[in-house]
Design a protein around this ligand. Structure first.
Ligand code: SF4
Length: 56
């Protein structure tokens, strides 16, 4: 399962985007969106200052 973004918590700060080694995170309407390219590494989970990303 790809990493999951809590859209209510995400502020669109973009901190996670550069943390992803496979460029699976993009911003859509100022929220982070994880694509199917995600390899479940968890790097973005550690990067988010608001803990808005979790692995399922
Ligand atoms: Fe990218 Fe890893 Fe986060 Fe998946 S878990 S979106 S591969 S940083």
């Amino acid at each position: 399962m790809p990493a999951k973004v809590n859209e209510e918590t995400c502020t669109g700060c973009e901190s996670c985007v550069s943390s992803c080694p496979v460029e699976a995170i993009s911003m859509v309407n100022e929220k982070a969106v994880v694509s199917d390219e995600c390899i479940d590494c968890g790097a973005c989970v550690d990067e988010c200052p608001l803990e808005a990303i979790a692995m399922e």
